[in-house]
Ligand binder design. Structure first.
Ligand SMILES: [Fe+2]
Ligand SMILES: [Fe+2]
Length: 480
């Protein structure tokens, strides 16, 4: 095992590694995948440990390291399709899929029958099952392809090595050619893709059923799902009891630092952090077809408003980071709720109202984002204390959070939602003016209005005629 996690000579006190940032944010990907917190970090530990005997050079180890940590970057992009196809919560579908041999026809059928419209009337379940099966292999391939290609694209946006993108694209390929989405076989599958496939499945089995079951799964799928040489390498690590005993008792993001090549440590500079936030904004917005470009739209408007309200460049940058990441917690909300065309139940409201708390929990794991976490997770708070999730008041809401709240509502109202069309700007201003000075900060409302006036000079987009919004406060809850 490498012994020097940090190249301390090149790092100033307080420097933060990109790997620390991505390890913290990988918890958002775990949430999207319906996996237990720490799944990606633990997959990284397994993959790097089993790859040790392969003698990879530092560049390759760095590429593999980031592949393992960021393997699920595309996970949000097929969630809406998955949920709609099955009429089932995407997190439950994804978690269940990780625990079966989906290349086996009978297991696949059982998976469909178990999940199609789960909990619904039997006739609805039969109808949904037929609907899923009618998609055939091409339908399944398309769902996986979307996720793999999107993940590879976002890895490129993060400026990770090309080998990392290639590995993420091949995440679900199988050694025997029965994987997805391209049916690659044997050595045609990039080596790091083969390691990802084995490490992620092994982690799920280890965490769900224990060490013995995980090794049994790996042995059972040797030469089918997995490269036989890699399964043998994994078994060779079994004598390393300190590694596996530590693994069984839990881990912390810092533990993966020992596997990051010391001379390939990338520091999380301001530019890098901006790129990371942009990339994760794409992950967030891909969760639902109704939030396409929402995070960027909120960020652009919030920064414009902040500039009008006298924010300095450093404050504007932090405001932009908070805006890009404000809905991170929505990755934990089922698409059956996010994309529901009708009125939400009380239980569904409770679930959606918890998403800012999830944003706070995830950002708390990333030390350099903690200063933006308080602003990001307050985007549904109101001056009159009727917001959520902490019901903060005028006295405790910083200006940045007030700006973000106004920008979020504005962008949401102007965009179409499953239960209404996007509203024209005049109607948005009219609706929001009713709350200006009470729930919403008056100065922020005026800044938003000025920003929209300026943007309207160049913005030619046509907004469809709106249906009447039945309840303002309800729409705020569902919208942003
Ligand atoms: Fe939002
Ligand atoms: Fe939100």
């Amino acid at each position: 095992m490498p012994t020097s996690p940090l190249d301390s000579a090149r790092r100033a006190p307080g420097d933060i590694r990109l790997s620390e940032v991505l390890a913290g944010l990988s918890y958002a990907l775990d949430l999207t995948e319906g996996q237990r917190p720490g799944h990606a970090v633990r997959t990284c530990l397994v993959g790097m440990r089993l790859a040790e005997p392969l003698g990879l050079d530092a560049d390759d180890r760095a590429a593999l390291f980031y592949s393992l940590l960021m393997k699920d970057l595309g996970c949000s992009s097929n969630a809406a399709r998955f949920a709609a196809l099955f009429g089932q919560h995407d997190h439950e579908l994804k978690a269940d899929l990780k625990r079966i041999d989906w290349s086996h026809a009978l297991e696949s059928f059982r998976f469909v029958a178990r999940n199609a419209a789960a909990g619904q009337f039997w006739l609805r379940r039969v109808w949904q099952t037929i609907g899923v099966l009618s998609q055939g292999p091409e339908g399944a391939r398309e769902v996986v392809r979307t996720r793999c290609e999107r993940g590879a694209d976002i890895a490129r946006l993060l400026e990770l090595p090309e080998a990392t993108s290639a590995a993420i694209r091949a995440l679900d390929e199988h050694w025997d050619g029965n994987g997805q989405p391209y049916g690659l076989r044997g050595q045609d599958i990039p080596l790091f893709g083969r390691i990802l496939g084995l490490a992620q499945t092994f982690e799920v089995y280890f965490t769900s059923y224990g060490e013995v079951a995980a090794f049994a799964m790996a042995a059972g799928r040797r030469g089918k799902w997995f490269d036989p040489a890699l399964v043998d390498a994994l078994f060779a690590t079994r004598v390393d009891r300190s590694f596996w005993d530590d693994f069984a008792t839990g881990t912390h993001p810092d533990d993966i630092a020992v596997f990051e090549p010391a001379d390939r440590v990338t520091l999380a500079t301001d530019d890098r952090l901006d790129t990371v936030a942009e990339a994760f904004a794409r992950v967030i917005d891909a969760k639902s077809p109704w939030t396409y470009r929402h995070s960027n739209g909120v960020a652009d408007l919030a920064v414009s408003m902040g500039a009008r309200l006298g924010f300095r460049p450093k404050e504007l940058r932090e405001l932009r980071l908070a805006a890009l990441l404000h809905d991170l917690g929505k990755l934990g909300v089922s698409n059956l709720i996010l994309d529901k065309p009708g009125k939400l139940t009380d239980e569904e409201f409770r679930t959606i109202r918890a998403h800012p708390a999830h944003t706070a929990e995830i950002l708390a794991r990333v030390s350099c984002f903690r200063h933006v976490a308080d602003v990001a997770c307050a985007h549904h708070e109101r001056l009159d204390g009727r917001g959520y999730h902490r019901a903060l008041s005028r006295e405790t809401l910083p200006l940045a959070a007030r700006i973000l709240c106004v920008a979020d509502i504005c962008d949401a109202l102007r965009s179409s939602r499953p239960y209404r069309e996007g509203l024209p700007t005049e109607r948005v201003l009219e609706i929001m003016s009713q709350d200006a000075g009470t729930g919403l900060d008056r100065d922020c409302y005026d800044a938003m209005r000025a920003s929209l006036d300026e943007a309207n000079a160049t913005d030619k987009r046509e907004v469809p005629a709106a249906r009447l919004v039945p309840s303002l406060s309800e729409d705020y809850v569902q919208a942003g």
